[in-house]
Design a protein around this ligand. Sequence first.
Ligand code: FES
Ligand code: FES
Length: 206
Amino acid sequence: MRDDEPNVPEASVSRRAFLKGGAAATGALSSALLPETAEAQLPVATTPDARRTMVEMRVNGIPYRHEVPNHTTLLEFIRGDLKLTGAKAGCDRLQCGACTVIVNGRNIYSCTALAVEVSGAEVTTIEGLAKDNALHPLQQAFIEHSGYQCGFCTSGQILAAKAFLDRHPTPSEDDVRLAMSGNICRCSAYKRILESVMAASRAMPV
Ligand code: FES
Ligand code: FES
């Protein structure tokens, strides 16, 4: 026993043997019951963090090149590596839309896309919408029509609306409701959000 190991009585299965079995993931209990020779043949668990990939993408027109663990989500990359915190982590599982960004013209949930999957793409976050110190018409409309309350969902709402209006510049209210149905607002500011998007559609050049 090493000095830093707790002084516990030896059981019929040693702590070292139990941990060795545990490293083989869920087979811990069964490995403790196996004879030594069988246990030695169990597969060794690999560490996902050991696998990293260089990703390259343009975010808001700026090229980035970062090496990231393969399991890094686009949201983690944007918020953590690039420090662009407008996209929010709400549910982290494809249900709220708070993490919405635009990738190659399409709005996606960045919480469940991997950064490596998006490598080579053109990404727009809320930080990239204002140009030359002028707010985007959607940002302006959300302010003028109070299209937010707490603001947590707002960057996702605006980016989902932008991706939609870029493809459908003269929508009906029902078109907008349907297109925005993947973006949830906990404050239930839906009426004002709809008014904001419709106002922006009238203000944006066709
Ligand atoms: S945080 Fe991505 S969908 Fe909710
Ligand atoms: S404004 Fe609060 S969640 Fe939408």
